[in-house]
Design a protein around this ligand. Sequence first.
Ligand code: GLN
Length: 405
Amino acid sequence: MDEFGMGSKNMFSIYGAALNPHTPESDVKRGDLTELDRHTPGGSSGGSAAAVAAGMCRAALGSDTGGSVRLPAAWCGVVGFKPTFGRISRHGLVAYGSSLDTIGIIARNVEDVQSVFGVAAVPDPLDMTCMSSSLRERIKTLTNSRPWTMKLQGRNETGSAPLAGIRVGIPEEYWVNELSAPALESWKAGASRLAALGCDVVSVSLPHTSSALPAYYTLAWAEASSNLARYDGIRYGRRSSIRPDTRDLQNASQKYANTRSEGFGAEVQRRILLGTYVMSSAASEHYFTPSQKIRRLIQEEFDSVFALPNALSMTNPPTPRPTSRPPGIDVLLFPTATGAAPRLGDQENSRVANYVNDVMTVPASLAGIPAISVPVGRTDGMPLGLQLAAQYGDDELLLHVARYL
Ligand code: GLN
């Protein structure tokens, strides 16, 4: 994995990147492949996805702060599920961005993901952000109040329209310039497949999508700088072996600096520095505060398109959807990444190009809603993933639709 979960290509690890088990046909015949010619499994949980794809294990856990379970799953041709924020305990996870960090599940098919989820998605007093039993009950009541939900279990799986009644939204704003032709084709094919299964497929608009990436990278880094402050070598974490002269203050602070410089990789240091900066009194009103506002707008936008009310903002009884709005949708469908896995040595591996990989995954992270990447085919032998997202708490419906897709 990338150090502290920070990365999208598995390159920020002191052990070196995990390798994608898939290789294009043309490469198999070449005898001179170096590691840089191989493809990234994606990140940050690239090792988890590569291990599942290579058949080394049936399922693996990963942590998804901004896409780190979904992106490697897509690039390794397996399923990657980020549940609703709070469904699975984070006890034991090293924190990156606490308001975003979510334990996710990687497996070769949705059924295996469902099995692991059934065991893992339980309340835990050791993680105060893990959903309480009462919130879980409230969500269940809400999702079960849908007229067709009760039929999910007993649906005739071989029938011609097993997903009839489910409305799928295609968000216009995910049609970004960076989207490759194969990713676009797979998106269209996925929409047709869901329509053939009986879904109503409609276009929806989420206007603030383009602001999600800068907002994510501001908030995640701010939280990281705070979370990683404990690695000071005094109370916690690695300590530099250079002995300090306690009578010389400058020397002591040098020791502190050595500890933080030796103990963190360059990317982690960059994020800590920028995260500290965006929260400083001079900069917070330009970066941190606007990012929080963007996050709220993105959450509200998702709420405005889903038919199911958000259990967190729910009044009692739930406010019905205003009739002035078009009927709501149940799941959103869009690509997981703009294309297939790049090679580890690609020139496109600039820092900004790395961050752009997350453009499709961070909106669901900011909103805390469940999202899943399922494999949908290949381009030049390399897998592509499609993503489904659903309203906060609607994980079971999401998994149900994902199974068919
Ligand atoms: N690539 C994103 C980042 O570097 C997401 C990482 C994650 O989900 N852990 O922050």
